[in-house]
Design a protein around this ligand. Structure first.
Ligand code: ACO
Length: 321
């Protein structure tokens, strides 16, 4: 039966690295607090030239090189982001221009930290339907621009970056997927854009990223293992058959708790959040690219990708590499 396979990966990180000690110089925090509560030691922060589109295009170009596909062969670009600098053109259309993807349709999708899974699953649906055979999927966020840098409980968590995969119709690849949303809990994690005064309404100031950390923590440690277990059950597979669980990189304590609830060794949960922080929609493809390029992945390995984020949104994708 035809499905969707990841045939190449790429990623891009801003040049500037900001350590916990650097943050401790500008706010009341410490490396000890941040690393013991989250596992994060440093993050990359974008400068003015490193827009979401620039990072997305670099990750996309590397993924296409890794897959050995040319610009003409890409039929669609799907970008997950919730921090693009402009409302339109979409980041997808900017990547379209930067990479010369003349044959491709392009669009963005917003599902916060679950965004990459949502675009991967959307690409899979397009490929399964027969509409497209080869799609570039990208997760990118520059949340550092949306954060309140005086709120130490959120600003220390996030980093910027982009990750990308080329996916293509194949006999093996995605085994199963699931994606979910619960809008009734939208208030625990929000970011509002400012609005202009119009003839009928007053201008509204924007508000930076706001998060009820403990509520998100509790949601993640219950919902992610439930979602993974249900998908395994649906596909009649067990956690033993999964080589790696590639989870959204928000907090090492969340990842350890998920491993414990699934009764799976924490060694099966690779992490790069110590070096990247929470890069939102970029975190899963960034980690996948690292694993791919370091030779950790072999053809046929079973991977479980799973993420959660604002919305609230969450999901999982079970695939054979
Ligand atoms: N440095 C030092 N102290 C701090 C800092 C900091 N950076 N931040 C908070 N504190 C203090 C608080 O003021 C509080 O002090 P108090 O006890 O005197 O009041 C104390 O540390 C404990 O604060 P808590 O908020 O209770 O700390 P907690 O252990 O819950 O950890 C954290 C906070 C790390 C945010 C945790 O709740 C968490 O990781 N939550 C999940 C976040 C997450 O995964 N978000 C993903 C969102 S993805 C997306 O879609 C954008």
């Amino acid at each position: 039966m035809m499905t969707t396979r990841i045939i190449g990966t790429g990623s891009a990180l801003p040049a500037n690295i900001v350590t916990n000690d650097d943050l401790a110089k500008i706010m009341d925090t410490s490396d000890e607090w941040i690393s013991s509560r989250t596992g994060i030691r440093e993050r990359h922060l974008a400068d003015d030239s490193e827009t979401a589109a620039v990072l997305a295009a670099e990750a996309g170009r590397k993924a296409m090189e890794n897959a050995g596909v040319s610009a003409e062969e890409i039929q669609m670009v799907l970008v997950a982001t919730s921090s693009a600098e402009n409302y339109f053109p979409s980041v997808g259309c900017q990547v379209h221009k930067m990479l010369g993807l003349h044959q491709a349709a392009a669009m963005d999708l917003s599902a916060a930290c679950s965004g990459f899974l949502f675009v991967l699953n959307t690409a899979h649906a397009y490929i399964k339907s027969g509409l497209y055979e080869r799609i570039l999927v990208i997760g990118v966020d520059t949340l550092s621009r949306t954060i309140d840098w005086t709120d130490r409980s959120t600003c220390v968590l996030f980093g910027d970056g982009a990750g990308a995969c080329v996916v293509q119709k194949d006999e093996e690849g995605i085994i199963g997927m699931s994606q979910h949303s619960d809008g009734s809990q939208s208030g625990v994690l929000t970011s509002f854009a400012p609005t202009q005064k119009t003839p009928l309404s007053e201008a509204m100031p924007g508000s930076p990223l706001y998060m009820e950390g403990q509520a998100v923590f509790k949601f993640a440690v219950k919902t992610v293992p439930d979602c993974i277990s249900r998908l395994l059950e649906k596909e009649e597979m067990t956690a033993d058959q999964v080589k790696y669980f590639v989870l959204h990189q928000a907090n090492s304590r969340i990842i350890q708790s998920v491993a414990k609830r699934l009764k799976v060794s924490a060694d099966k949960f690779p992490m790069n959040l110590d070096r990247c922080g929470n890069t939102s929609a970029a975190s899963i493809p960034l980690l996948l690219d690292e694993m791919n390029r370091s030779g950790k992945l072999e053809k046929g390995d079973v991977l479980m990708l799973s993420g959660f984020g604002a919305g609230l949104t969450w999901g999982a994708t079970l695939l054979r590499w």
